[in-house]
Design a protein around this ligand. Structure first.
Ligand code: PMP
Length: 438
């Protein structure tokens, strides 16, 4: 057993025992999208930028609800609003005034949001957007870019990695084209194939920008090509909406898609998602407004609790310098990480936009504009090699990174937590060096 794993097993001993219990009822022992070896940490409570596990360890959190918690954990405004709403009931089985306010806020903040429809998750949002695009255009195929992540339904899960092809009918897979995020390739593809209904993409590149695209030029080119060929452009802003700017990636880069998919921040940390976009496409969901009608039912869509948390979050974000605070703390952390690598004489670089940070060990490559220009395969290889050991080494130092490849910073991370994180990173590099990882 490596020294890192040994220390982890001791520090998180109760989590180890909970994981053994978990295996008896839950396949994989815990509902985590990426299994953590030797076992995951079971967390009991959280506040601001911190969380505490079953052993009582205090952990600086950069998972941040997989990106849902831009205000940090247990934000008082969201908590107060939810407590008041709980006393009034959790499901009305009817329309509520909350869903109207929630939709109005999304519409005010997101440039493409002429109309809004809520869902229960990001996966449901991308499924709904793809179905809408197919119904609207009468065409069948969808183009997605290599490794861009859009959830786990049949039309976005054909690449190995987080997803697997198991159980997806080949007929469903045959309707999806996986393309390189390359403008010339996309142009050629549109010329050859007249049956493309939509292009769906993560606006900053695959895996919340781990494999970055050059913006705004890439988004502008996709916008221009899709418009020319009558293809619906779906910007998947599940991670980036309300984070890259109040108006998401589209607000930051000034490129307006036809449809936008959202989740995470939109529901203030509770389950929920949204699809927003052009009135002529969205009106397929209103019987009588369009020759084609598309149904979209769902028990928990726009439920009052998610709506309440969403309203509290979006109102706070609209009126306070939430993005500015999170972005400034991310800048401070980036500088701290680079300094730690310098002091340790470890080769590596950081990149990322706004409050998102990616770390790549083993290769120097940065164009100075926050975009890693390392080729896809090399980036994939390096980050795959570092992610497991770095995630564990950082947890040993009391920091939970996103997948061992990066950090999602919130407005609740103060300078003290940021500096504690840089120090933890330096100590982790020492532990990794002792094991020959760096
Ligand atoms: N799209 C993107 C860009 C995502 O990052 C995610 C989740 N990480 C999804 C879709 C799926 O969202 P959910 O987990 O809410 O189904």
């Amino acid at each position: 057993m490596s020294a890192i794993v040994e220390r982890y097993a001791q520090k998180f001993e109760k989590s180890g025992r909970l994981s053994e219990r978990g295996h008896r009822t839950i396949p994989n022992g815990a509902h985590l999208s990426r299994p953590l070896h030797p076992f995951p940490v079971y967390v009991e409570h959280a506040q601001g930028g911190l969380k505490w596990d079953a052993d009582g360890n205090e952990i600086v959190d950069y998972m941040m609800g997989y990106g849902a918690l831009i205000l940090g954990h247990s934000h008082p405004k969201i908590n107060e609003a939810l407590t008041a709403r709980l006393a009034k009931g959790t499901h009305m089985g009817a329309a509520t005034p909350e869903e109207l306010r929630w939709a109005e806020l999304v519409s005010e903040l997101i440039p493409s949001a002429e109309r809004v429809r809520f869902t229960s998750s990001g996966t449901e949002s991308t499924l709904l957007a793809i179905r809408l695009a197919r119904a609207f255009t009468g065409k069948n195929k969808v183009v997605k870019f290599r490794e861009h992540f859009h959830g786990w339904h049949d039309y976005v899960s054909m690449e190995s990695g987080i997803n697997t092809q198991a159980g997806i009918p080949p007929e469903a897979m045959a309707t999806v084209i996986v393309a390189e995020p390359d403008v010339d390739e996309l142009a050629a593809l549109f010329e050859q194939d007249g049956d493309v209904a939509a292009v769906i993409m993560e606006p900053t590149g695959a895996h919340w920008g781990q494999f970055p695209v050059q913006n705004p030029s890439f988004l502008e080119s996709v916008r221009e090509l899709t418009a020319r060929h009558g293809v619906v452009m779906i910007m998947d802003e599940v991670i980036t909406a309300f984070r890259l700017s109040r108006g998401g990636a589209q607000g930051r880069y000034g490129v307006t898609p036809d449809l936008t998919t959202m989740a995470k921040i939109v529901a203030g940390g509770l389950p929920g998602g949204a699809v927003a976009g052009k009135d002529d496409i969205m009106s397929l969901l209103a019987p009588g407004n369009h020759p084609v009608h598309m149904s979209h039912p769902g028990t928990f869509i726009a439920n009052p609790l998610s709506a309440t948390a969403g309203i509290a979050c979006l109102e706070t974000l609209a009126n306070e310098p939430v993005n500015e605070r999170a972005d400034a703390m991310a800048e401070r952390l980036k500088a701290g990480l680079v300094e730690a690598m310098g002091r340790m004489e470890v080769i590596g670089h950081v990149h990322g936009v706004a409050s998102i940070i990616h770390v790549v060990l083993g290769a120097e490559c940065n164009d100075g504009g926050g975009i890693s220009t390392l080729p896809h395969d090399e980036l994939a290889e390096r980050t795959a090699a570092q992610s497991g050991p770095l995630k564990l080494a950082m947890l040993n130092e009391g920091v939970d990174m996103m997948g061992g490849i990066g950090f999602i910073v919130s407005a609740a991370h103060g300078e003290d937590l940021i500096d504690r994180t840089s120090e933890a990173f330096e100590n982790s590099l020492k532990a990794l060096r002792a094991e020959g990882v760096v």
